[in-house]
Design a protein around this ligand. Structure first.
Ligand code: NAD
Length: 358
């Protein structure tokens, strides 16, 4: 048994189909009276229902959450919260909306109640990101961790199938890298393996029937587990590559994770055989298929993109992407020094072409 440090994060999770009905009780338990509801423009109807449910406990609605949390939006929302006398924020949506809640909490210490409707997992992490002058600054701060999270699978029925699949692959990526994290621990390994298993079973069922509440429940359960792993242990090469491709080349978040994951896992495989066994077991692998190939198949067979080309990457940018990835790398089980640049460049080429890793 390896030595480890485990520190639980202080958040309360309420899970279940129909769990939104506990919202008022949960706001009361936070000691709050007036909630500012946050959402993206696309989820305004869903958020208005939440505000209606809150009645006089709703201070107002801010429907302008946006990808990568522009600082101007965060300031606007923070000012509105203060003007309306809000004493908590309810963030209903995916990682972009949760991210806005976090940006508000960072400066105001307003407690956040998150109601996630994708599988991105931000609600379980103390990690924030704010974009100012075109640059995304990320950091870790305990104040931004949502105090309460309500997971209600019924709220995810409207998540389009393509985004459900890529968002699920995004969640699996947190768990896969958590299994070989430098600061990993046995609890996170259990959660990671179970999270991958839950999502790998749920995604094909969601593809068959987007309204399958049981499958939606399994996927959200998996997202919770994988998000918890992301919030507790450090990520490695895969996340570095995705931050590079998302941040510098403006590729869509969940899709880029989906495409890169099999290749990052194939790259790290020789250095982390135990993690690979666990990923394979969670994917129900038998025979000679590798975990990396099985992840590729999971995405492809469920209609997700498998090449960077099809999600908008330009071939001419691959060299620059490789340069950025090897400069200032995250800790990784297989060292990513300048000497590894040719291998990283090849990894990116394979991801660009959509080659199935063997
Ligand atoms: P997103 O929040 O940007 O959502 C994508 C779109 O789907 C939005 O228009 C949203 O309104 C819509 N949507 C969400 N749920 C829906 C539903 N149930 N029905 C219909 N439409 C729905 O996408 P995301 O992938 O959840 O989040 C991505 C962002 O989150 C990125 O900026 C990423 O960096 C960040 N993120 C942060 C962390 C962290 O720990 N800080 C973790 C994961 C992701």
């Amino acid at each position: 048994m390896q030595d480890f440090i485990f520190q639980g994060q202080p958040s309360r999770v309420v899970f279940g189909a129909g769990a939104l009905s506990h919202l008022e009780r949960e706001i009361e338990l936070l000691g709050a009276r007036r909630a500012l509801v946050l959402c993206t423009p696309e989820q305004q109807t869903q958020a208005a229902e939440v505000a209606d449910r809150l009645g006089p406990r709703a201070a107002g609605l801010f429907p302008r959450a946006a990808m990568h949390v522009p600082i101007e939006t965060a300031r606007e929302a923070r000012e509105l919260a203060s003007r309306l006398g809000a004493d908590c924020a309810v963030a209903i949506g995916g990682g972009s909306t949760t991210g806005l809640g976090k940006a508000i909490a960072l400066d105001s210490a307003l407690p956040i109640l998150a109601i996630p409707t994708t599988y991105a997992g931000s609600e379980m992490t103390p990690i924030f990101g704010i974009t100012e002058g075109g640059l995304k600054r990320t950091g870790k701060d305990a104040r931004v961790l949502p105090r309460t999270v309500i997971y209600d699978p019924e709220l995810t029925l409207s998540l389009p199938v393509p985004l459900s699949i890529t968002s699920g692959m995004n969640a699996i990526a947190h768990a896969a890298e958590g299994l070989y994290a430098r600061d990993g621990n046995p609890i996170m390994a259990l959660m990671a393996e179970e999270g991958i298993r839950a999502l790998a079973t749920a995604l094909p069922a969601i593809r068959r029937d987007a309204a399958d509440v049981a499958a939606r429940g399994s996927a959200l359960y998996g997202a919770w587990l994988c998000g918890t792993v992301l919030g507790n242990v450090g990520m490695a090469l895969h996340h570095k590559l995705c931050h590079t491709l998302g941040g510098s080349f403006n590729l869509p978040h969940a899709e880029v994770h989906t495409v890169v994951l099999p290749h990052a896992i194939a790259f790290n495989a020789p250095a982390v055989p135990e993690a690979l066994v666990r990923i394979g077991r969670a994917l129900g692998l038998s025979g000679s298929t590798s975990a990396a190939a099985a992840l590729f198949d999971l995405a492809r067979d469920n209609g997700a993109p498998v090449s960077l080309r099809e999600i908008g990457m330009q071939a001419a940018d691959l060299d620059r992407a490789a340069d950025i990835a090897v400069s200032n790398p995250y800790s990784n089980p297989r060292e990513v020094t300048a000497a590894a640049r040719p291998a990283i460049r090849q990894l990116l080429q394979d991801a660009f072409d959509g080659v199935r890793p063997t």
